[in-house]
Design a protein around this ligand. Sequence first.
Ligand code: HEC
Ligand code: HEC
Ligand code: HEC
Ligand code: HEC
Length: 163
Amino acid sequence: MRTRSLALGVVVVLGVIALIPPARGEQRIADHDFIGADRCRTCHVEAYRVWERSAHARAFQSLSARDQKDPRCQSCHTMVPADLGAGLLGVQCESCHGAGRYYSVEWVMRDDELRAQVAFDPGGVKACVRCHTDSSPSLSPFVVEDKLRLIQHWPDRPAKAKP
Ligand code: HEC
Ligand code: HEC
Ligand code: HEC
Ligand code: HEC
């Protein structure tokens, strides 16, 4: 009887500890599911090369030093505002394809159904219009077909992505 209530006590204490949220401002790379473009590059060399030269890759650098600290600008110009020192700057692969911690393992990547269950997004226009809104400073309207062509990092074929 004694041991049982002792065990119960331990369980309760552990439960309470698990419920305590981490202190604000302490978010580290391990606390979210983004792994960064360098990791995607290990298997997607070509896609990485195209992306690396794109405006998306430079989206954080093109802000002034002051604006880089402004949460209003960070939301679209970098992938993980809480983690500015960890190779997650700019608009990276996972800004469009979903946080990669769980799907980036090869056997998951090869399994359409499984990867869809762990945040993988094959890429599509739904991702674009989260940031390319009416208020973003563009000289031309966001015509999806044209803009997709400008970021093409996949082999030529009819576009899968439909609005
Ligand atoms: C360990 C190797 C590996 C890593 C790391 C990896 N992938 Fe993949 N990925 C693959 C393989 C293999 C396929 C091909 C699956 C197939 O053809 O069925 C794939 C397919 C894809 C596809 C195409 C899916 C489709 O339906 O055509 C996208 C998009 C993708 N990966 C994005 C990423 C992103 C973003 C990352 C980084 C977060 C990443 N991958 C990391 C191996 C990897
Ligand atoms: C809703 C998403 C969003 C927010 C928030 C946002 N931007 Fe942008 N920004 C964009 C997009 C999308 C583009 C690219 C537009 C295009 O060229 O089609 C862009 C482009 C820019 C460019 C031009 C980059 C270049 O090299 O041509 C600058 C500079 C810029 N933004 C600054 C800012 C600043 C400063 C803030 C904060 C006050 C901010 N942005 C907030 C989405 C956003
Ligand atoms: C701005 C959004 C965006 C970014 C950033 C982005 N992708 Fe994509 N990606 C897409 C879209 C959209 C498609 C699908 C286009 C289509 O099929 O019409 C795609 C397709 C792919 C494919 C499929 C290729 C195939 O053979 O079907 C791979 C692999 C891929 N992306 C990997 C990456 C990697 C790796 C990165 C980073 C280095 C990256 N993507 C960055 C939007 C993005
Ligand atoms: C996380 C926010 C975000 C997402 C998602 C996003 N973009 Fe962007 N995009 C930006 C920002 C910010 C810039 C400006 C980068 C700079 O120059 O500083 C930009 C620039 C561009 C540019 C270069 C400017 C131009 O008009 O020629 C193209 C093309 C583009 N995006 C296409 C796309 C497409 C297509 C998608 C969806 C598949 C997409 N973007 C998704 C934020 C985003």
